[in-house]
Design a binder for this molecule. Structure first.
Ligand code: CA
Length: 615
């Protein structure tokens, strides 16, 4: 399969075209037979391509319609693949009058067996998030790619540092040993932008891994290597905007390919405008049509060609790279009707597929609006299976650093969970203490490691799918200079040749880092082995005196989690929890390792969490 791909990539430039017409891009570059949806729309880009007539002669691969748009350098070709179309190579012919002006060999691949039935990420998993430019540099030969707009500069916190796919490959055993079972990698597609290109959120080619990270083939290899280790691969996608350096920005297919303004106009970033029943038209318009940044043109997903382009692109990557899930950036910013159509298409082809959307909103009701199954008053039916729990993230940031009160301190966690009635599926929500866009958790807690441990114990035992940001396990911080995103995404020590130490290894960690690493590793592995945390029910008790107690249980197992938000050790009388404890005589404390022979009183050190397996 891989060989055929290579063959096609080589043969494209060998196609013969006349002087006046060229075919520079065909996207998607190849496709598969056997999808439920038989339609395929190709974008053809090349000089005066609209002046040609197009034909294809391949059994079952029928050219249904040729669309011309205002720009003569584009054609959009609608194909239908009839049931039983065989894999192979179809020749698409472009004719000028009666002369053949060019050909494109279009490959229809066979889908891998079981492709539609793939398992996606879910609450059984622990997700590890990493930024590829900042994790590890496994191949210094790709640090500088001649002709690309930005060159490597590790001294610049906002520059490219040289991390890549090979660097991730070198540390897959590290990720597996920590216990992660799903890997979310920040965007990998080409970002040929002059500055800030390292983060990957300004796509300049939707079908190409950035050569500074590696090749499409390398991505495939990474996918296979992850799967061999039982780790799922989650791709980060961005439908809202592309990069200003995208090739089509120089020669747009149609004026409305991106949302246009008389002068640069920024979105108001107020994602709540979409669900606000009182929203003004201008606020709503600015939110969805404004540009995310000067270098991030706002794609117009209401344009049917843009819509098809993005939907097909995501299916192409799932099928090509064997993806196990997608994280969709800035989820509420694109036109929501298109996003629902996208979700419908994905679930039609991959019924068990999971997508988590970045709906960065502060209230559970606002986030829940976007989860598939939500009964929304405006009638909007979202098709997004999973969302990030931003309200819980916010609560976690405040809970351990302030005085416990009626609605402050640890009660914040209780109050957010108490609003789970808003969500159609509270267990399919991604819970996290931080990510690449916010200050690292330790920074928000004045470097108090006890609070970081509490947050990790919490996200690993509450409902949902925990996400852990790379470096949390070795106490990485934003650093003294808390300004700018670059510091939230520092290089993992030991990821670069010549680094002073290698924190990927036991010997390379300080005592404090080693302590955090073993704490987290132990908890993750414990969670991986305990079905009751993945799918068990959740019950909690109103926090009192800075103590928050909740239970996870199924018919076989009951787990008690006790959180002590006080500075001092507390001994709690447990009669209040008898509805759960009455069946049990003893317990094992997972974190301390202690056996508890008397459950009537439980002692918990200050600023800590204990997880107790009841017996
Ligand atoms: Ca590199």
């Amino acid at each position: 399969m891989h060989r055929i791909t290579l063959f096609i990539f080589i043969i494209i430039p060998a196609c013969i075209f006349s002087q006046v017409v060229s075919v520079d891009k065909v996207e998607p570059p190849f496709w598969w037979t056997g999808f439920k949806n038989a339609d395929l729309q190709l974008l053809i880009y090349g000089k005066n391509i609209a002046s040609t007539s197009v034909s294809v002669d391949y059994p079952g691969f029928l050219l249904k319609k040729v669309h011309k748009v205002s720009n003569p350098n584009y054609l959009f070709l609608d194909f239908t693949l009839s049931n039983g179309t065989r894999p192979g190579i179809a020749t698409i012919q472009f004719k000028l009058k009666d002369k053949i002006a060019g050909k494109y060999l279009y490959e229809l691949k066979a889908r891998k067996k079981g492709s539609a039935q793939r398992k996606s990420f879910n609450s059984h998993d622990v997700m590890y998030l990493l930024m590829p430019d900042r994790f590890a540099n496994g191949d210094t030969s790709n640090d500088v790619i001649p002709g690309m707009a930005e060159q490597v500069n590790r001294a610049n916190k906002d520059g490219r540092h040289g991390g890549d796919l090979q660097g991730i490959m070198h540390h897959l055993d590290y990720i597996r040993d920590l216990g992660a079972t799903a890997l979310w990698i920040n965007p990998l597609l080409e970002n040929d932008q002059p500055i800030y290109s390292y983060h990957g959120y300004s796509t300049t080619n939707y079908y190409r891994v950035d050569p500074r990270f590696g090749t499409n083939e390398d991505y495939l290899k990474l996918s296979d290597a992850l799967h061999q280790r039982g780790i799922k691969l989650i791709m980060d996608m961005i439908f809202n905007h592309c990069g200003s350096g995208h090739w089509w920005m120089q020669d747009l297919p149609t004026a409305d390919w991106v949302n246009q303004w008389p002068a640069f106009t920024r979105t108001n970033y107020r994602a709540g405008t979409f669900t606000d029943p009182y929203v003004s038209q201008s606020d709503s318009n600015l939110f969805v049509r404004g540009w995310f940044d000067q270098t991030m043109p706002d794609l117009n997903q209401a344009n049917p060609y843009v819509k098809n382009y993005l939907i097909q692109n995501s299916i192409w990557w799932i099928e090509y790279a064997g993806l196990d899930g997608i994280r969709q950036d800035t989820y509420p910013y694109p036109f929501k009707e298109m996003m629902a159509e996208w979700g419908t298409r994905l679930l039609e082809e991959y019924p068990g597929f999971n997508v988590v959307g970045e709906c960065w909103l502060n209230y559970p009701a606002s986030v829940a609006y976007w989860q598939k199954g939500s009964k929304n008053k405006d009638g909007y039916e979202s098709q997004l299976p999973s969302v990030f729990d931003f309200p819980l993230y916010d609560a976690l940031n405040k809970a351990f650093g302030e005085k416990d009160g009626w609605n402050t301190g640890i009660t914040r966690l209780y109050e957010i969970l108490a609003q789970d009635f808003s969500y159609p599926d509270p267990n399919n929500i991604v819970v996290f203490a931080d990510n690449h866009d916010v200050n690292r958790y330790l920074d928000t807690q004045n470097d108090d490691v006890r609070k970081l441990k509490m947050a990790m114990a919490y996200i690993l035992t509450t409902r949902g799918i925990p996400e852990i940001y790379y470096g949390t396990e070795i106490l990485m911080t934003t650093g003294a200079d808390k300004s700018g995103d670059g510091n939230k995404r520092r290089d993992f020590p030991g990821g670069w040749p010549g680094d002073a130490r290698n924190a990927f290894t036991e010997q390379g960690r300080t005592t404090a880092e080693a302590d955090m690493y073993s704490y987290l590793k132990k908890l993750i592995h414990w969670r991986n082995a305990n079905e009751v945390i993945h799918t068990g029910k959740f019950r909690h008790f109103i926090p009192a005196d800075g103590i928050y107690v909740f239970f996870r249980f199924n018919t076989k197992t009951t787990i008690m989690v006790v959180m002590n938000n006080n500075e001092e050790t507390k001994t709690i009388e447990t009669s209040r929890y008898n509805e759960f404890l009455k069946k049990y005589k003893s317990g094992t404390a997972i974190i301390s390792g202690n056996s508890l022979d008397d459950l009537s009183k439980i002692s918990i050190p200050g600023k800590s969490v204990e997880i107790i397996e009841l017996k």
